[in-house]
Design a protein around this ligand. Sequence first.
Ligand code: THU
Length: 139
Amino acid sequence: MDKKLIEEMIERAMAQLDYSYAPYSEFRVGAALLAEDGTFYGGCNVENAAYTPTNCAERTAFFKAVSEGKRRFTAICIVGGKGGVLTEYTAPCGVCRQVMMEFCDPETFQIILAVSKEDYKIFTLKEMIPMGFGPDNLA
Ligand code: THU
């Protein structure tokens, strides 16, 4: 991936931290999802007093995009930390990886985990969810 694009995605994911609604865990997460047509969708985690209705930042971004007609994606950037302070890579939970399996090619979809604009790691979806179950299994 182009370094400029990676940096833009990290900035966009970081900007989402301000919107994170995480009064229970205080763990703020921001995501920036890039659709194949070049459109960006931001997402933040949205917690709930009943805990289980909580939505992760990644799924927020995917559901925003899909609800606006996008179904093909290139990459997602994820940042997170307690109080919004970024100290470690925040990897997507299993549920979010499964949602990615629904709309992304595991071989090519890029998952950027960032701590800063200079400190990041990139994985394919396949690396994050080997032998994942997806739409192809039902074809
Ligand atoms: N969370 C995310 O939004 N994405 C992740 O990749 C990991 C976890 C959220 C869910 C919850 O609001 C908080 O982080 C603590 O689990």
